[in-house]
Design a protein around this ligand. Structure first.
Ligand code: NDP
Ligand code: OXD
Length: 309
């Protein structure tokens, strides 16, 4: 049995080294090197090239190296009967929570607007918002959304969240299902999207949903670019309904330089790096799953193939 790492960025060697450091007896290959295809039982993937997963006759697990698995469901050539696992990791959740906190505080205290004024040599105080007066609404109360929400309550934010199934999270007002979405939106000052990208959530951040937020609401998308209808966001910012947005994820990554987001003074961008799997922290769960494959035990962090997340 052996592991293949399939990803198109510069991190293959880093992951290979980290796996071997955790367990030097592992047989690990990069998909770019010569490797025995029939010995591969686990593929550790991140945005793999389409058509690269159906070359392994004895593949038993596709392990996403991140929390999201939308890119695997999008690949029509993926062998459909192979279970998919994903990363569930405390640092992935706390890094996201810290990112969202930083973005919200920068918004409340006008830090991005001041940077623009600084560059233009403009001295112009602006009204700021207080934490106690702001309600943050989180779409998605899973591993990342639940921790982000809980952490924000500790700083004094009013926090509410929306998910598919009902939740009970201390100090967080929870809503579930499509019928409760409008109620959730009408009292949300800062909207944070932490949903998985599935057919049910694709394009969810559209004119209909965003118009239900109160005037001057601010939008943070740290989930997937496919959730956002870019034209609708731009229109609602430009007509003054929304005060702005901070985005980490885009339909096409890297975002083409011709995209209007780049030069919009009310849209702030980060390059899909809000929270990233830390090899030191996540390798043990991958090694554990590999051992479980060998012994025929149930895998951890399995994706629900019907729900797609
Ligand atoms: P989880 O699967 O743990 O949580 C997903 C949440 O979304 C759950 O609460 C789920 O509801 C809810 N949800 C799913 N579908 C619907 C729906 N149709 N209607 C309402 N609620 C729905 O995911 P994670 O928290 O681990 O990750 C969330 C996403 O964050 C990832 O899929 C990924 O795309 C993104 N991400 C982005 C990163 C970045 O750096 N920008 C880093 C890591 C992840 P229920 O609990 O009822 O099932
Ligand atoms: C993830 C991501 O899904 O980095 O883990 O986006």
């Amino acid at each position: 049995m052996a592991i293949v790492i399939i990803r198109q960025d510069h991190k293959i060697e880093l992951w290979k080294k980290a796996l071997l450091k955790a367990d030097s007896s592992l047989e690990v290959y990069s998909f770019l090197e010569e490797h025995p295809k029939d010995e591969i039982s686990m593929a550790i993937t991140w945005k793999h090239p389409s058509g690269s997963l159906n070359k392994y006759p004895n593949l038993k697990c596709i392990a996403s190296a991140g929390a999201g698995v939308d890119y695997l469901f999008e690949d029509a050539t993926r062998p459909k009967d192979i279970p998919i696992t994903r990363i569930v990791d405390p640092f992935l959740a706390s890094d996201m929570s810290e990112h969202v906190l930083a973005v919200i505080l920068a918004h409340l205290k006008n830090l991005n607007a001041y940077k623009t004024k600084q560059i233009a040599n403009v001295w112009e105080p602006m009204e700021y918002l207080r934490i106690k007066d702001v309600t943050v609404g989180i779409l998605g109360l899973g591993e990342l959304g639940a921790l982000t929400g809980t952490d924000l309550t500790r700083y004094g934010f009013k926090v509410q969240g929306w998910s598919r199934s009902a939740k009970n999270i201390e100090n967080v007002t929870t809503f579930s299902g499509p019928d409760s979405l409008s109620k959730f939106l009408e009292s949300t000052d800062v909207l944070v999207c932490l949903l998985p990208l599935t057919p049910a959530t694709e394009g969810i951040l559209n004119k209909k949903l965003l118009s239900q937020l109160p005037k001057n609401a601010f939008v943070i998308n740290v989930a997937r670019g496919g959730h956002m209808v870019d034209e609708d966001l731009l229109a609602l910012i430009d007509n003054g309904h929304l005060s702005g947005a901070c985005l980490d994820v885009y339909h096409t990554e890297p975002l083409p330089t011709s995209h209007p987001f780049w030069n919009h003074n009310k849209i702030h961008m980060t390059p899909h790096y809000a929270s990233v799997s830390d090899t030191n922290s996540v390798i043990p769960q991958l090694v554990e799953n590999y051992k479980r494959l060998q012994s025929g035990e149930e895998l951890q962090n399995k994706v629900d193939m019907n729900k797609g997340y």
